[in-house]
Design a protein around this ligand. Sequence first.
Ligand SMILES: *Cc1c(COP(=O)(O)O)cnc(C)c1O
Length: 418
Amino acid sequence: MAYLNEHYAKLQAGYLFPEIARRVKAFNDAHPEVATRLIRCGIGDVTEPLPAACIRALHKAVDEMGAHDTFRGYGPEQGYDFLRHAIAQHDFRDRGIAIEDDEIFVSDGSKCDGGHILDIFGVGNRIAVMNPVYPVYVDTNVMAGNTGEPVAGGYEGLVYLPCTAANNFVAALPDESVDIIYLCYPNNPTGAVATRAQLTSWVKYAREHHAIILFDAAYEAYILTPGIPHSIYEIEGARECAIEFRSFSKNGGFTGLRCAFTVVPKNLLAYTRAGESRPLHPLWLRHHTTKFNGVAYPVQRAAEAIYSPEGRQQVDALVGFYMENARLLREAVVAAGLQVYGGVDAPYIWVRGPEDISSWALFDFLLQDANIVTTPGSGFGSAGEGYFRISAFNSRERTQEASQRLAALDFTKARQFA
Ligand SMILES: *Cc1c(COP(=O)(O)O)cnc(C)c1O
């Protein structure tokens, strides 16, 4: 008899994005005449083509694969040296952060890395997540058996750290002891960033509790405000308590190409049941070499091209393009009289609706009255109730159109959708 992983049965059925898709389809079916007016500002996927430097690197690498002399088969599971070196040099050492090439593990995505990382931790760790939260952190822990049953607004056994306007959407330290902490800054969905002082207090907490921070820096390239840390390793002591996840999805627009990396410092320790400390680096290396066979060679060449002078310029232009969208959307929401957060160091705008109007009412109102698809804040956790997220990943034309529609809305009318 084959047994299944019963933890999967705990996963809450009404997953956010399918529910959004269902409502959009129902609206389209009922109003086919306005289907072409629909502007999607929901899912966080990029819209602009890859940087020219990456395309050129891809073409060249593909040609290499077609000739005997330059053909490559299996590469190193952890990534080619050329890419690990480029990453460690440009993203870390050039910024004064001591990270060695072999502390970089190249993969096909941060989403996968975030799920797989649980493989090297024992069961029974107490997990803290932010609320609102990127759903992947929660669901992967449910699948791994690190939670209890679903309860109103979350899962038993998880420690939820409320991120609200009162704390600028940066999680406060928990009163209790936790073992693994997920932090994501710049944040999806709130667009918030964490200051050096705030990250320093988290590193201090983690070291005192022998806890490990899983730091998701997927939106690092969007930080424009000087002084905001781009990496957790800018904080002293973070090498002893943090794993960092980075991705080429949002800076280079690799969401369809797939390349990311995880940083596991060699002096990062975790504990055996007997209380002895052991480094995690050999475990992640073993995980990677056993369960993964590397990212496609042309894709790694495309990622390397991001670090070329031309590639950097093109990424800056891409980020600038999306951030101009963010500025337009922010202005529009302010013009509509709502409180707006994010969109300054992140491509997400986090909007507070009028008092007592639910996230789903705001979603339905925006869909019906403005034909704009957003993401209801409550879908990211109970602390997101009353908010909605607008993504700045869009064409300029659609962003301008969405901004005009948003600015003209009377959001108190959303009350009728409650
Ligand atoms: C987009 C995103 C990522 C990147 O995921 P990939 O699998 O590398 O595409 C990681 N974390 C968050 C919070 C994101 O929004």
